[in-house]
Design a protein around this ligand. Structure first.
Ligand code: FEO
Length: 403
């Protein structure tokens, strides 16, 4: 790849990750992901903003881009680390070897992590919230934005150019042939929509209250470009991604989209038999319904749809007196991601004895789900069970529609 020019003296040095490794070891990235780092050249000093990790040739790619910018080994004066997760710091040891005089600037909370992850203590300096750094014609300002995504996270802003380096915040999954939002093809824009929502739900959703606080903190900055560490640079409409993230963060406590997500699993088809009746009931009120079968669907995609939806339907049979294990895993992921408060119904079959409902009730209470009812039955569903499932889904949809 070639470096992209954001504005005079500010460049993106990025790598497209195209292999099929799981992101964070858990989330599938069928469309890849971008690892974006940036360079700010002042008249006196040169700054690297964030790094990449040794993944699919990313380090070599970024090194080649630095060379193209006239910054091969030793020419960088500062390394700003906005966030310590290894996708942005993994190359740190080799980077410091190549640029031995570089001063590392980070939040106070990042200092011990640098030591623990990379055994580096020399030339590390914690910056304060609001502190400025003059590099000659460009002034960098640091803002502590904890928990977007880890506690040590900060953002860096270039005053003269209005460029915000936001690291994980305002990021997306997916790899793109173009750097800027206004360059994307229709196909890339379609990809960006889904991959921004899935990235948010998978990586950031748990920290939504911090996202809202972080966005409030940025209020008043004359942001002209949002430059995240994943996804594209928002140049034509920087406010679009900020407002989009605000909406996604608001889904935690609501309001959410008037949609219903049905997540279900079945052993022999007796639980699955109710799905068409539930979908028909929900759709009869005109709501969009997402239907995801488990374990065939990865939790990454489940979380994406559940996060945005006001309605949640959970279907699973009892398995050895408890919830069917793949659905237990799904409920665990949803609970960890702070999915809460949805209007919910549950359905499912059991053989000799029930038990799934009891375990589901524990999740339901902890997640403050608003359960409107349960359709549970021994063996196969009767016509009455099917009618009740239809009516319950319809009632849920009606309540969501009229709220
Ligand atoms: Fe992209 Fe939290 O690291």
């Amino acid at each position: 790849m070639k470096p992209d020019t954001l504005t005079d003296g500010i460049y993106r040095v990025a790598a497209k990750i195209g292999n099929r490794d799981l992101f964070e070891g858990i989330w599938p990235i069928p469309h890849g992901v971008m690892l974006n780092a940036y360079v700010v050249k002042g008249s006196e000093k040169n700054v690297m903003i964030d790094l990449v990790k040794d993944w699919d040739g990313a380090v070599e790619t970024v090194d080649a881009e630095l060379k193209e910018l006239g910054l091969p080994n030793g020419q960088l004066d500062y390394l700003v680390l906005n966030h310590m997760e290894p996708d942005h710091t993994g190359a740190m040891v080799s980077f410091v070897e190549k640029h031995p005089n570089v001063e590392i600037l980070c939040s106070a909370k990042a200092v011990p992590l640098i030591k623990h992850f990379y055994k580096i203590e020399k030339n590390v300096r914690a910056v304060k919230d609001g502190e400025k750094l003059d590099i000659g014609g460009k002034t960098l300002q640091f803002f502590m934005t904890p928990n977007i995504h880890w506690p040590e996270t900060m953002m860096t802003y270039v005053e003269e150019d209005g460029v915000l380096f936001s690291c994980d915040a305002f990021g997306s999954f997916g790899r793109y042939d173009h750097c800027f939002d206004d360059q994307l093809t229709k196909k890339e824009l379609d990809l960006l929509k889904g991959e921004t929502e899935r990235y948010y739900a998978n990586i950031v959703s748990s920290f939504s209250s911090f996202v809202l606080r972080g966005i409030a903190k940025l209020d008043g900055l004359a942001i002209k470009q949002v430059a995240p560490s994943h996804g594209v640079v928002w140049r034509s409409e920087p406010e679009k991604i900020i407002n989009w993230y605000k909406t996604l963060a608001t889904y935690m406590d609501g309001p959410r989209e008037k949609e219903i997500t049905v997540v279900w699993s079945s052993m022999y088809g007796n639980t699955g038999a109710l799905v068409p009746y539930i979908v028909e009931g929900a759709e009869s009120e005109g709501l969009a319904v997402h239907v995801l079968e488990i374990p065939q669907t990865h939790e990454s995609f489940v979380l994406e749809k559940v996060w945005r939806s006001e309605g949640l339907v959970i279907g699973m049979p009892t398995y050895e007196y408890k919830m069917f294990p793949p659905m237990y895993h799904i409920m665990d992921i949803l609970e960890r991601s702070h999915v809460k408060g949805r209007k919910t119904m549950r359905f499912g079959s059991f053989g000799w004895s029930g038990g799934a409902q009891k375990q589901f009730d524990v999740f339901s209470e902890s997640m403050k789900l608003q359960c409107i009812g349960v359709v549970e039955y021994q063996g196969s569903a009767t016509e009455e069970d099917k009618r009740r499932a239809f009516e319950m889904a319809k009632e849920m949809a009606r309540q969501i529609k009229e709220a």
